[in-house]
Write a protein that binds this ligand. Structure first.
Ligand code: DP6
Length: 413
C-alpha cells in the first residue's frame, strides 16, 4: 500500500495588503487583508508527499533541488508538527473505534516531499503562498484530517502569512484575529471563483537586476520604524476591509479599483516611511502606474476606472480589469514597454484575444482620449512578459497515475 498524495495550489494577489506581524513565530499579522486567487492555468505549485516506514528521514525537494538542514527550517517544521499532531489525534480516535491494529500510524512515518512551480522562480513571482498552501493541503489529504479549510488556513499561515489565503479560490479575507495563540487568525472565503467572471488580471514581469528585501525582513523593519504603518493599521485598513468586501460582493469595479490602487500606494508609502527606506517599485513600475492612471483618465469621468494596478514586495505589476478592457491594456503596455524581437515569451495570448494576429499587439489604435505624449517609450524588454489570467479555484487533489512527482523508489522523477 502506497501512502501518497499529490495536489496543486494557486497564487493569490492581495488587494488589501498584509504588511507587518505582531507575532513573528506564529505569523500573526498587524492588520487583516483581502486577496484574489488567480487561476492555476498560468501559475501553480504542485506537491507530492509520500509517507513510509522505510524512509530514514524526512526530505524535501524544491524545483528539483534538495533542501538540506530541514530541522533549521522553523516554518516548515511548524507546519509538519501541526499536521502530525492532528493526525495523531485522529489515529487515537480511530483506535478507540476500530482498534489500534487497524489504524495506519502515518504520524510516525518519515516523509518525502517533492514540490515544483509551473512558473520560473526567475520571474520574481512570489511562490511562498502557493508553495506552503500546497504543502499543508497535501498533508491534510495524506493524513485524511477531518478539519475545515479555515482550520487548515491557520496551519498554512505558519508557513507564510499570505499562504493562508491560497487555500481558498475566489476572493479571500484573512482575519487578523486578536488572540495571542493565533486561534482566530484565519482565512475565510468572501466569494467563490465564479462570483465575478468578468474580472481578469494581467501580470507584468518587470526587469530588475537587484534582489529586493524579503517580505519577512522588510515588514518587521516597517513595524519597528514606520509611524505611517501604525496609522494605516488603526485608521485605514479596518474601514477599507469593509468597503472592499462590499465592492467585491456588489461587483463594483470602480470601488474595487480605487481601493486596490490606494492600498498598494499606501503599502509602498509605508515601505518608504521605513527607516532606512525600502524601495520595491522601480522606474518601470512607476511608469506602469502612469500608463494606468492615464488610461483611467481617458474615461473623462472622475471616479470611473478601467484598470487597477497593485504591486507586492517587488517591481512586478498586477493589473486587475474587466474582460472587455483587457485587449486595450495589453496594447497600451506593449506600446510603452515593447518586447525585443527575439523575446518569444512576451505574451502567449492564452485566451486568443488577438485571434492569432499577435503582431498587432502594441500597434493597435490607442483608446479614445488617451494622451499619447505624456510618457516616453521604454527600452525593449523593460517588461519581459505579460501573463493574462483569471480568478481561480483553490487547491486541487490530483489522482491521475502520471501526476506523482515521485518515482516508485520514493525519489523525485
Ligand atoms: C507584500 O506572506 O510573503 O505580498 O508571512 O513573512 O512569509 P511572510 O510574508 P509574505 O508577505 C506577503 C506580503 C505582500 C502583501 C500580501 O500578500 O498581502
Amino acid at each position: 500500500m502506497l501512502y501518497e498524495k499529490t495536489s496543486t495550489s494557486p497564487v493569490n494577489i492581495a488587494v488589501i495588503k498584509y504588511w507587518g506581524k505582531r507575532d513573528t513565530e506564529l505569523i500573526l499579522p498587524t492588520n487583516s487583508s483581502i486577496s484574489v486567487t488567480l487561476s492555476q492555468d498560468q501559475l501553480q505549485s504542485k506537491t507530492t508527499i509520500r509517507a513510509s516506514p522505510k524512509f530514514t528521514k524526512t526530505r524535501l525537494w524544491l524545483n528539483n533541488v534538495e533542501e538540506l538542514n530541514l530541522s533549521n527550517n522553523a516554518r516548515l517544521q511548524n507546519c509538519l508538527r501541526a499536521t502530525k499532531k492532528l493526525r495523531k489525534e485522529y489515529e487515537d480516535q480511530l483506535s478507540d473505534e476500530i482498534g489500534r491494529d487497524n489504524v495506519i500510524p502515518l504520524s510516525t512515518y518519515n516523509l518525502h516531499i517533492c514540490s515544483e512551480n509551473n512558473f520560473p522562480t526567475a520571474a520574481g513571482l512570489a511562490s511562498s503562498a502557493s508553495g506552503f498552501a500546497c504543502l499543508v493541503y497535501t498533508l491534510s489529504q495524506l493524513y485524511e484530517l477531518p478539519i475545515s479549510t479555515t482550520e487548515l488556513s491557520k496551519i498554512a499561515r505558519q508557513g507564510s502569512g499570505s499562504a493562508c489565503r491560497s487555500l481558498f479560490g475566489g476572493f479571500v479575507n484573512w482575519q487578523m484575529g486578536t488572540k495571542q495563540d493565533g486561534s482566530d487568525s484565519q482565512a475565510l472565503q468572501i466569494a467563490s471563483s465564479d462570483h465575478w467572471p468578468e474580472l481578469e488580471a494581467l501580470i507584468c514581469v518587470v526587469s530588475d537586476a537587484k534582489k529586493s528585501t524579503s517580505s519577512t525582513e522588510g515588514m518587521q523593519n516597517t513595524v519597528k520604524t514606520s509611524p505611517l504603518l501604525q496609522y494605516r493599521i488603526n485608521n485605514v485598513v479596518p474601514e477599507r476591509m469593509k468597503f472592499m468586501t462590499d465592492a467585491i460582493l456588489r461587483k463594483d469595479f470602480n470601488k474595487f479599483a480605487e481601493l486596490t490602487m490606494k492600498d498598494s500606494n499606501q503599502f509602498h508609502a509605508c515601505c518608504l516611511d521605513t527607516f532606512p527606506p525600502i524601495f520595491y517599485l522601480n522606474d518601470i513600475s512607476r511608469a506602469i502606474i502612469r500608463v494606468i492612471t492615464e488610461y483611467n483618465n481617458s474615461t473623462g469621468k472622475p471616479g470611473e476606472y478601467k484598470a487597477a494596478y497593485t504591486f507586492d514586495a517587488g517591481p512586478n505589476a498586477v493589473i486587475y480589469a474587466l474582460k472587455q478592457n483587457i485587449p486595450d491594456i495589453i496594447n497600451l503596455i506593449s506600446k510603452y514597454f515593447p518586447p525585443s524581437q527575439n523575446n518569444l515569451n512576451y505574451f502567449s495570448d492564452p485566451y486568443n484575444l488577438f485571434s492569432n494576429e499577435s503582431e498587432k499587439i502594441g500597434k493597435l489604435p490607442l483608446p479614445n482620449n488617451f494622451n499619447e505624449d505624456f510618457i516616453h517609450i521604454f527600452p525593449n524588454d523593460s517588461i519581459k512578459q505579460i501573463l493574462h489570467t483569471r480568478v481561480g479555484k483553490g487547491p486541487r487533489l490530483k489522482s491521475g497515475s502520471n501526476d506523482s512527482l515521485l518515482n516508485s523508489d520514493g525519489f523525485p522523477k
